[in-house]
Design a protein around this ligand. Structure first.
Ligand code: GDP
Ligand code: IMO
Ligand code: MG
Length: 417
């Protein structure tokens, strides 16, 4: 049986998934996104040119690959159309599931209003309406992409929904869109997206049956998963491997090789626990050397050391066959490098991720640094201290580091046999 290979983030997002999907997409015929929305920001650099993708799968730069936005994704039509305008000739190369849920303008306003109401307990969302759109989906009052085929009926349903919820919106300070602007927006979305809407479940089954090579592209990261992440400081979808089954309509038996993407250190945007965060000069240096500012919101990312406990947890949740270790070059020039190898929790040492990550203290091992790995594309050419660091990561996570990335460029990558 043919299977679809999978890429997932192992940390708190922004691990460098875009680079690896783009690189691997050269060998795949279909690339599919299965969860999240335009909260994601995937940066790809090829031949010195930089692309920022949010919703369109990172396989789009391979002119021969077909790209699918699956049913598990939440789609903001206005943003998707804007992103699509960067590319020519997308027809036949991009498909959008009729079962994906729509992010409508009021979802974004609700997201931002709720964050304001949370005050100092704000989650630090991207403010894109992701949570409210998924909330409507789960509470069975959402609207699906397929409804754009009959805008008249969709319009009536949305007006009814807005009228029912008007008192709540008013209490939250959310401006309900006028009926005229809503109608115009929906017609614009229909005109822009209709040629791309299809039953992507049937499509992916057909592609598998016909033996095409399929790559599933995760967004966000394992520690942001709605069930297994640092709740409530998470996103609103299942970002882990299991999400690829529900978000595409694949059975667990149809998932092939799983590659987990992890940075050689750790970052997080938004609020919530981050045990190995470094508040001192090393954290600042990681942010500077790693250009750790969000692709989607431009926010400075919180930075810290590689958390081996969280990675082991993530590898187990995703069934990782290999780790792709990103941004090793960002550690260039550090005299000492730390790895969090355990947590202290309620007076004891533990080596698992507990219910409440807020109250753990990291236990570190310190390793000697190296001068420079930037641009190296051959494992044997790495300094011994870098090899020792990678081998420690393999030992503590129990998973092979099959890919090592040493710059943003597609070519500066070590692929181990
Ligand atoms: P994603 O959300 O997981 O796709 O990751 P982002 O694109 O948000 O963030 C990763 C950033 O690191 C991007 O700006 C990439 O161009 C960059 N990047 C990826 N791999 C490497 C690497 O090995 N070294 C360096 N210096 N930058 C990298
Ligand atoms: P990629 O795919 C990093 C974070 C937000 C916030 C939390 C909830 O680029 O790795 P949301 O808007 O989803 O309700 O915000 O999740 N977040 C991400 N952090 N990378 C991402 O995506 C993220 N998508 C959401 O910062 O803390
Ligand atoms: Mg990102």
């Amino acid at each position: 049986m043919h299977k679809a290979d999978l890429i997932v983030g192992l940390q708190w997002g922004d691990e460098g998934k875009g680079k690896i999907v783009d690189m691997m997409a050269q060998d795949y015929e279909v690339v599919a996104r299965f969860a999240g929305g335009h909260n994601a920001g995937h940066t790809i650099v090829t031949n010195g040119k930089k692309y920022a993708l949010h919703l369109i799968p990172s396989g789009i730069l391979n002119p021969d690959a077909v790209n699918i936005i699956g049913n598990g994704v939440v789609v903001c039509p206005a943003n998707l159309m804007k992103e699509m305008s960067q590319f020519d000739n997308l027809e036949g190369r991009l498909w959008l599931s009729d079962k994906a849920h729509l992010i409508l303008p009021y979802h974004q306003m609700i997201d931002q209003a709720k964050e304001r109401m949370r005050g100092d307990k704000a989650i630090g969302t991207t403010g894109r309406g992701i949570g409210p759109a998924y909330a409507d989906k789960i509470s069975r009052s959402g609207h699906r992409v397929g409804e754009l085929k009959d805008v008249e009926t969709l319009f009536v349903k949305i007006v009814e929904y807005l009228n029912q919820n008007r008192p709540v919106f008013e209490a939250m300070g959310v401006d309900v869109p006028s009926e005229n602007s809503l109608k115009e927006d929906l017609e614009r979305y229909r005109d822009g997206l209709l040629p791309y809407i299809t039953d992507t479940t049937q499509m992916i089954w057909r592609e598998l049956r016909e033996g095409r090579k399929i790559l599933l592209e995760g967004a966000q990261g394992t520690m942001l998963d709605i069930d297994h992440g640092t709740y409530p400081y998470v996103t609103s979808s299942n970002t882990i491997a299991g999400g690829a089954c529900t978000g595409m309509g694949l059975s667990p038996k149809q998932i092939g090789r799983v590659t987990g993407i992890a940075k050689a250190y750790c970052t997080r945007v938004g609020n919530g626990p981050f045990p190995s965060e470094d508040f001192g000069p090393d954290g600042d240096r990681l942010r500077e050397q790693g250009h750790e500012f969000g692709t989607t919101t431009g926010r400075p990312r919180r930075c810290g050391w590689f958390d081996a406990v969280a990675i082991r947890h993530a590898c187990a949740l995703n069934g990782c066959d290999q780790i792709s270790l990103m941004k090793l070059d960002v550690l260039d020039g550090f005299e000492k490098i730390k790895i969090c190898v355990g947590y202290e929790f309620e007076g004891e040492r533990i080596d698992y991720v507990p219910y409440d990550l807020e109250h753990v203290t990291p236990i570190y091992e310190t390793f000697p640094g190296w001068e420079k790995v930037e641009g190296i594309d051959d494992y044997d050419a790495l300094p011994d201290s870098a090899k020792a660091y990678i081998e420690t990561i393999e030992r503590v996570s129990g998973v092979k580091v099959g890919i090592i990335s040493t710059s943003p460029d597609r070519n500066d990558t070590i692929v181990r046999p």
